[in-house]
Design a protein around this ligand. Structure first.
Ligand SMILES: [Zn+2]
Length: 78
C-alpha cells in the first residue's frame, strides 16, 4: 500500500470517530472518561502539523522540500 492509500484509510478512520464518537459516548456512559477523550482527541490530530512535522529536501531534484507530519503514536490510532 502506498502513502496515499494509508493516508486515505486514516482519514476514513478519523471520519468514523468525528461523526460517531459523541453519539457512542452518549449511549455508553462508562466510556465517557478523560482517558478515552484525550486518546481520541490525540488520534484525531494524528498526521497533522499539530503534532509537529519535519521538512526534508527533495531527493529527486534537491531543490524542493517535503513536509512530513508526525504521527500521534497513540494506542487508538491504526
Ligand atoms: Zn496516530
Amino acid at each position: 500500500m502506498n502513502f496515499k492509500g494509508i493516508k486515505s484509510k486514516l482519514l476514513r478512520f478519523k471520519r468514523i470517530f468525528t461523526t460517531n464518537w459523541v453519539i457512542f459516548v452518549s449511549s455508553h456512559p462508562r466510556d465517557d472518561t478523560d482517558y478515552y477523550h484525550s486518546g481520541i482527541a490525540n488520534m484525531l490530530k494524528c498526521g497533522s502539523s499539530k503534532n509537529g512535522f519535519a521538512t526534508y529536501p527533495c531527493l529527486g531534484c534537491g531543490q524542493g522540500q517535503h513536509k512530513v507530519d508526525f504521527s500521534c503514536k497513540g494506542k487508538y490510532c491504526p
